[in-house]
Write a protein that binds this ligand. Sequence first.
Ligand code: HEC
Length: 108
Amino acid sequence: MSGLNQVWSDRQGAMGNAALKIADHPKIPPGQVALVVAELGSEMAAFKQFDTAVHDLSLAIQSAALEKDRGRAIASYQQMVGACLACHASFRQRVSTVLNVDPLTMAE
Ligand code: HEC
């Protein structure tokens, strides 16, 4: 346990920075957003909810790291990874298919 605590106390700055990079990730180009909207239709709201959850939880990790609140950082991290995986389980395959079609040949 003291080993884990040591890692935590050494790494909380790095953890906060990494979490901030998730929150500040580059925006998807508008053309790709349009393809996703066309594919998901009314399910877009659920897709967006996963995106917002990951965004908010990454900020929660960062603030917990800044406040040196290890328990909250770990809990937020676990929730965030859960939201990553939930979006992948629901949408990744379909979205990946529409995004990776060659626009000239329409071949995947
Ligand atoms: C809102 C839905 C959503 C959320 C939330 C999400 N992903 Fe994804 N992710 C996708 C989709 C869709 C793809 C496939 C994109 C493609 O094929 O171009 C993907 C692809 C990936 C890939 C493969 C990248 C590649 O080049 O093929 C990785 C790694 C990944 N996600 C990690 C994560 C992690 C880590 C998180 C949480 C911090 C996360 N994702 C959250 C939807 C999501």
